[in-house]
Design a protein around this ligand. Structure first.
Ligand code: MN
Ligand code: MN
Length: 469
């Protein structure tokens, strides 16, 4: 009797009709897993020099130049295979590889964001209290505030002095540099604090950062500890207190990206959301050779606070760049957009067995389940989202299956339990087909987020296939 004859009627019908449960990393050859591990070495290196968006742009520009990209020149005539990049205000970068058909049949877009939740300094941040020097902060993006206390923080960003001089700051990530910290109340005295709801136990105004404790000298002047910090800042950066007003300074976790688990299958880092999609997008663009239509990987900013502003996805910058490409090809921008396709490259929440009740198991993404397609995000009955069409889902599914890419689909948690959004809706509003596709993340928006190496690699393969098809 052959294998097939042994099967019951029901088993045969099931095999034909029922959806197959994704088998995850189990189904992968050891060579694929080795490639995933190797890919993530590059990813970890990218993470360690890309804590904030300006740094991510600088790192990406370096990678792009190494792969033959040149700064886009509107007056230059480009031909198929040419690689160009554009930068917007140091906080967005777009890598384009010119297609054989240019942009007349649309462009292929992979868009990820390079901003992540963090603590920003207030415009007037520096103060002294009880002989300690502190920074006042205003948190950026959706955070659980208690997670940001008692961890080492580093300071990144830019100060523009009154004389116009630009000072870039990155301090606290290296072992020989000082770091900074938000204090928390000891449990012995926290009897009242620990009975408060989680959202209220630590307030936004409690996120004050300790930056020093020694006075300048023993003169009878007030606020000597603050003065000492001002003196050190002047010596190191040439800045005075009022220069904080024209600065963008961000406190981020001082951790490096590192392997997690005895089997080293996972990567823990600050800011996987969404650099874990940005990096695969960058590499896919770097490796795109002679695509049919022009392909663009674009890294945006301000996603975590609503995509507003001139470096957010609601800015005209990317649209205008595509309009320039359309004009160069002698076609109308609007006709290009109507034929364009986009992957909104963003993360989704990985199923967490400890918090299983937040997820609906049939529609959740899992670590090692592969790249996750999220048809829609939003909340409260699909509000505030772009819901990808059946046709576009069909196109993406075919592409993933034909290229043997491990993939899964899921929603962001149970219905009505919360929700979130991505840049997909802003791209959809430009008359472009778009769906979210990216990496499942554990502990999203925490100072130390976790992803699977296999999922990161599958996301890269998905972007490469998207650009190639
Ligand atoms: Mn995101
Ligand atoms: Mn996010």
């Amino acid at each position: 009797m052959s294998e097939n004859e042994k099967k019951t009627e029901a088993a045969k019908l099931k095999e034909k009709l029922a959806a197959k449960k994704p088998s995850g990393a189990l189904s992968l050859e050891p060579e694929i897993i080795a490639k995933a591990d190797e890919f993530c070495e590059g990813y970890k290196a990218f993470m360690n020099t890309s804590k904030v968006e300006r740094e991510a742009v600088n790192t990406t520009e370096k990678i792009a130049v190494e792969h033959g990209f040149e700064k886009y020149d509107i007056n230059k005539k480009y031909s198929a295979g040419d690689k160009v990049y554009v930068i917007n205000r140091g906080k967005n970068i777009g890598l384009a590889v010119m297609g054989k058909n240019g942009v007349k049949n649309g462009v292929k877009l992979v868009i990820a964001h390079i901003d992540s939740p963090r603590l920003d300094l207030k415009p007037n941040p520096l103060y002294e209290s009880n002989d300690l020097a502190m920074f006042k902060t205003h948190y950026y993006g959706g955070i659980k505030k208690y997670q940001w206390t008692t961890i080492p923080l580093s300071l990144h960003g830019r100060i523009v002095r009154l004389d116009g001089e630009i000072v870039d700051v990155a301090i606290g990530d290296c072992d020989d540099e000082p770091c900074f910290c938000v204090s928390d109340l000891l449990p012995h005295l926290a009897k009242e604090q620990v009975t408060k709801p989680l959202a209220k136990a630590i307030s936004g105004e409690d996120l004050n950062v300790l930056i020093g404790s020694r006075p300048f000298n023993n003169d009878k002047e007030s606020e000597q500890v603050k003065l000492n910090i001002l003196n050190l800042l002047f010596e190191k950066y040439g800045i005075i207190e009022s220069d904080f007003l024209s600065a963008e300074l961000n406190l981020v976790p001082a951790f490096k990206a590192r392997d997690v688990g005895f089997d080293r299958s996972l990567v823990g880092a600050y800011g996987h959301d969404d650099k874990v999609c940005a990096y695969p997008g960058v590499i896919a663009a770097c490796e795109a050779e002679m695509p049919e239509s022009t392909v663009i990987t674009f890294l945006c900013d301000k996603e975590e606070i609503g995509s507003d502003g001139n470096t957010g996805m609601q800015s005209a910058f990317l649209r205008d760049f595509i309009a320039d490409l359309a004009q160069a090809d002698g076609v109308e921008y609007r006709h290009v957009m109507a034929k364009s396709k986009c992957l909104s490259a963003d993360v989704n929440a990985a199923f967490d067995p400890t918090y299983a009740s937040a997820f609906e198991a049939n529609n959740a993404s899992y670590l090692n389940g592969g790249v996750i397609i999220t048809k829609y995000t939003g909340s409260g009955g699909k509000y505030d989202t772009s819901d990808a069409s059946a046709e576009y889902m069909g196109y993406i599914r075919r592409m993933l299956e034909n290229n043997k890419i491990l993939w899964q689909t899921g929603e962001l948690g149970k219905v009505d339990i919360g929700g979130g959004g991505t840049i997909a809706k802003y791209i959809a509003n430009l008359n472009v087909d778009v769906v979210d596709l990216g990496v499942p993340v554990l502990s999203m928006h925490a100072p130390f987020e976790i992803v699977s190496k296999v999922d990161v690699y599958m996301t890269y393969l998905a972007f490469a296939a998207f650009f190639a098809n």
